[in-house]
Design a protein around this ligand. Structure first.
Ligand code: COA
Length: 177
């Protein structure tokens, strides 16, 4: 799917009470990895990308993404939730941005922990990330989503992503990451 950022003006999304979106900071690497692991461990994608199904794999993946030459800090966001009763802060969502070429960026592994879904956090974090791509001078943002992931497809289409093409892939689990 792809999103054309040209001529789009974003309004900074508002998140529900208790939630906060944090821009990238290298000190948040482990927090992103934790949110990624907790978001994906029981999901379809963890069967395909095995690293998403274990916490060490998510930490390695976050290190690898954040060290890539094309890493876009502005498009990388962490969502947290502060429990009003205990004050405990939970890492509950993550998205990372990568530059594929001068004008094109790709969204990596957007995930919201299941207990925090359907509160608009997924939409808000993607919008924040799209704003970040725009600030970084990116014109087109792409992402890959499994056609069976209907919830994610609905979210992207609602936000304005268009289906670019359908690719049929046979994946050797051991070859991925
Ligand atoms: C896909 C994913 C990121 C969506 O996150 P989310 O936080 O639930 O997304 P949102 O809350 O913005 O939207 C989800 C639904 O909640 C609804 N919603 C949004 N704000 C809401 C609110 N304040 N109150 C009630 N419902 C709300 C949306 O309309 C949407 O409805 P829909 O399912 O009918 O389309 C999440 O399901 C996820 O992490 N899945 C597992 C990982 C994954 O597959 N990632 C995508 C890889 S490509």
């Amino acid at each position: 799917m792809q999103f054309d950022l040209r001529d789009v003006q974003f309004v900074t999304p508002i998140v529900p009470s208790g939630y906060e979106l944090h821009p990238w900071d290298s000190k948040l690497l482990a927090a992103h990895a934790e949110a990624k692991f907790r978001s994906f461990r029981n999901e379809l994608d963890a069967n395909v990308f095995t690293c998403l199904g274990n916490s060490d794999g998510c930490l390695r993946l976050m290190r690898e993404i954040s060290c890539r030459q094309g890493f876009i800090p502005e498009a990388t966001w962490l969502a947290t939730y502060r429990d009003p009763k205990t004050g405990r802060i939970e890492n509950c969502g993550t998205v990372q941005g990568i530059r594929e070429s001068v004008d094109v960026g790709s969204i990596q592994n957007i995930g919201i922990v299941s207990a925090h879904r359907s509160h608009g956090i997924g939409s808000a974090i993607v919008l924040r990330s799209l704003q970040g791509y725009q600030q970084a001078g990116i014109k087109i943002v792409t992402l890959e989503v499994t056609a069976k992931n209907v919830g994610a497809m609905r979210l992207y289409e609602r936000l304005g992503f268009k289906v670019l093409r359908t690719v049929f892939k046979s994946i050797e689990v051991s070859e991925v990451y």
